[in-house]
Design a protein around this ligand. Structure first.
Ligand SMILES: [Zn+2]
Length: 299
């Protein structure tokens, strides 16, 4: 299957707003298979993965961004990580959550997420990672990020996210459109009104991305008569960067005492990556090797 997921970066008007638009159908399909998510969990995870890629697109190369949605709903939270190269990974606390559709016939994402906080952690390669936290507004993810950008980053933003899930539970379309006003435009009432008019009358994002249109065609159909200049495009995909070595490192950081206890227990240790469900086993022999590798150094 040829992957078609990609993100475009563009400017709107006379460089008055920046736009990110992306198709994430394949990302979400793959995540739904990996985690065996129910439709409402697929929608919640898919929207957050989509947002992770947008935040990633605001970074440079190897910088990382993490999203933690800590809500008190039955989904038990969402964690997503992305980088500036279009790679994203993520999981939800309870992928098997089932809820009746909301009154308007939509997947009850807000109810699944519940009340709580949205945390965004930027690892810019410095020792201290920057963190921004806002209270969840609706738990529908899009509105929560619009609030985050406006209040935590002082950038008025509109966020449209959507995952359309078929009756068989397979995602049919997924994507997002994020528009951010640049400082010069914040006093331009005419431009803001035109932008708001287009966004208000935009079709549901999930249906836009389930049709056979390119991302460029979608944004051109939404922002009619507003000059749109595409700056670049970037492929996006779901990819975990876990490895046996990374889990080995995590075991080493447990320290001598705990490692010794694991060796004494005499059983193979099975570790699992939450992001992709890959398992990594460590035999007693391997644990012993790690232990002796610690040498006589004091902790
Ligand atoms: Zn993994």
């Amino acid at each position: 299957m040829q992957r078609q997921d990609y993100l475009i970066r563009a400017m709107l008007g006379d460089n008055q707003a920046r736009l990110f638009a992306l198709r994430t159908t394949d990302v979400v399909k793959e995540a739904a298979v990996n985690h065996q998510t129910t439709p409402v969990a697929t929608a919640a995870l898919g929207r957050t993965l989509t947002m992770g890629l947008v935040l990633g697109a605001m970074l440079k190369g190897e910088e990382m961004i993490s999203i933690q949605i800590k809500g008190d709903g039955p989904l038990q939270g969402i964690v997503v990580s992305a980088n500036g190269r279009g790679l994203v990974k993520g999981y939800v606390g309870n992928p098997r959550v089932e809820l009746p559709l909301s009154e308007d016939g939509k997947l009850a994402v807000g109810e699944a997420v519940g009340k709580g906080n949205l945390h965004v952690i930027r690892d810019l390669g410095l020792k201290e990672a920057y963190q921004g936290t806002v209270p969840l507004q609706t738990g529908e993810i899009g509105e929560d990020f619009a609030y985050y950008f406006t209040h935590s980053e002082q950038t008025p933003s509109a966020v449209g996210l959507g995952v359309l899930v078929g009756v068989d539970g397979v995602p049919l379309g997924s994507g997002g459109i994020v528009v951010q006003l640049l400082p010069d435009a914040m006093s331009d009432g005419v431009f803001i009104a035109a932008l708001e008019e287009r966004l208000t009358h935009m079709a549901a994002v999930s249906s836009l991305f389930s049709q056979d249109q390119t991302v460029e065609q979608i944004v051109e159909s939404v922002f009619t008569e507003i000059p749109l200049r595409i700056i670049d495009t970037q492929k996006v995909r779901l990819q975990c960067d876990c490895s046996w070595e990374r889990f080995e490192q995590a075991l080493i950081t447990l320290g001598r005492e705990e490692l010794q206890e694991l060796v004494n227990a005499g059983e193979t240790i099975e570790t699992i990556c939450h992001f992709c469900n890959q398992r990594y086993n460590f035999t007693v022999d391997q644990l012993n090797t790690l232990l002796s590798g610690l040498g006589n150094s004091r902790e």
